[in-house]
Every structure is written in C-alpha cells, then in structure tokens.
Design a protein around this ligand. Structure first.
Ligand code: ZN
Length: 250
C-alpha cells in the first residue's frame, strides 16, 4: 500500500482502530484495505465515501477503475492528452502513460492552459484523449463545450466526461445554484445522451459494473432539492445512487 506522510499514517491508524467493526473495502488507487470514511456534506452524510489513506472519493475510485480497464491493453506513450480541472489522484496515472500530458482549467493557476471549454484555443485534431470530470455541470453552454472537445480530438480519439448524477432526468437551472457549488444543471442518467450527437460511440460504465469491495456508489440525500424552486422529478432521499463514467469515442 502507498503511504502519504507520517501524519496521515498516524491518523489512518487511529481511524482504523476506532472503526474495527465497520465494513471493509479496498481502494484501487492506493491499495488501502479497510473501512472508508463517511463524508459530511451540506445535505447530509455520504456513507463509505472517502479513502482514509489517499482521500479519493467514490467517483475517483470508479473513474480510476474505468481508466485502468480502458487503457489496459493500449499503447499510449506516443499520445497527447488534455486533463481539464486536473485532480491530483490521476496526474501520476496520466503523466506516466501519455507522452504529452497537459492540464487546463478556467481558473486554476497551476495548469498549462487557462481555457473556456465553450471556446477552446486549440486547433482541430490536437489531442488523443480529453479528461474532464465534474466540469460540464458548471458550463452554461455545455453542448458547445462538448462539440469543442470533439473538435480538438484526433481520429480514434477518446474523451471521458463524467458529471454528478442527481436523478433520472436532467434539470436545467435558470441561474447557477449557490447551494450546489454554482452548478447550472443537475444532470440525470439521461445526460450522457447529449454526447451521442457529437461522438460515434458512448460507452457507459456504472457503479454496478465494479466489484462491491471498491464501494463506488454514492449515498446521498437529495431530498433538500425539492425545497428549491427547481422542478425536481423525484427527489431522492438517502438513496444509494449509481454513478456513471461515460467513455466517448470519436
Ligand atoms: Zn486510497
């Protein structure tokens, strides 16, 4: 197992000792085995969410498993990739595999490119792989952003564009929701249909496709959402939500 500093290791031992009886899981990112931590959010507790060793959440574990599966047999050393809103968890995985690894964001200072996804400053056919997780729910004209991502991909290129899932059907907001991190929509399970207009094939990997030991479901109470002005089709209370990683092929 990979360790992350002495302080975190001590905290890990304390957490494990206090939670000896809790259900045990496995983190595919750092190889930790044991109970995961609950995560306190503004709308309740998310059970078994965080790996106490590397701090990866449910979505990071699912995304990592899908990445590992998709790139298992692929030769990628000659390929060029763009990592949008780069998460620390995947920097090493990507930079070791891709010959040219570049990062981009609208605001982050430590990236290679400051970009607006709705108007990407890159030529057509520039990248082989684009990764942007939990980004499109912040973008007003997401269809333009999806078409821009498709435009900068080379033939045989691929994109992974996961978003948080809230319900069955996507709800568009009239303005950014300050209670939901400024999201301009709450994507539903139907959201990934939007990608099909721009990509030849969209493959969906969901939480149920992975072994239970990795705990890649989201325990989230969505009942507060019905109290907002938005027309929620079916607010979900303390449900075990399925997460999805869509893989889009040019
Ligand atoms: Zn971990």
């Amino acid at each position: 197992m990979r360790y992350y500093g002495l302080k975190r290791r001590i905290n890990l031992l304390i957490f494990q000792f206090r939670n000896l009886r809790r259900q045990k899981f496995e983190c595919p990112i750092c190889d930790y085995r044991g109970p995961f931590m609950d995560k306190a959010t503004h709308n309740g507790i998310r059970r078994h969410a965080r790996c106490p060793n590397c701090a990866a959440l449910e979505r990071h574990r699912l995304q990592f498993l899908v990445l590992r599966e998709v790139f298992r047999e692929k030769e990628t050393a000659h390929l060029r990739m763009l990592h949008v809103a780069p998460e620390a968890f995947f920097r090493e995985f990507f930079s070791q595999r891709f010959g040219r690894y570049e990062t981009a964001d609208l605001k982050m200072k430590s990236v290679d490119h400051i970009v607006d996804l709705q108007h990407l400053p890159f030529e057509d056919n520039t990248y082989d792989f684009v990764y942007a997780s939990h980004v499109l729910e912040h973008v007003p004209d997401d269809r333009k952003a999806i078409s821009e991502i498709r435009r900068i991909l080379r033939p045989n290129g691929m994109a992974m564009l996961p978003v948080p899932i809230y319900s069955e059907k996507t709800v568009e907001f009239s303005e950014p929701d300050p209670h939901e991190f400024g999201h301009v929509r709450a994507p539903g399970l139907d959201y990934f249909d939007r990608y099909e207009r721009y990509f030849a094939k969209v493959e969906r990997f969901d939480s149920g496709s992975q072994p239970e030991k990795y705990q890649v479901f989201i325990y989230r109470d969505n009942s507060h959402l019905s109290k907002t002005e938005y027309p929620w089709p079916s607010p979900m209370q303390c449900e075990k939500l399925t997460d999805v990683v869509p893989v889009c092929y040019v």
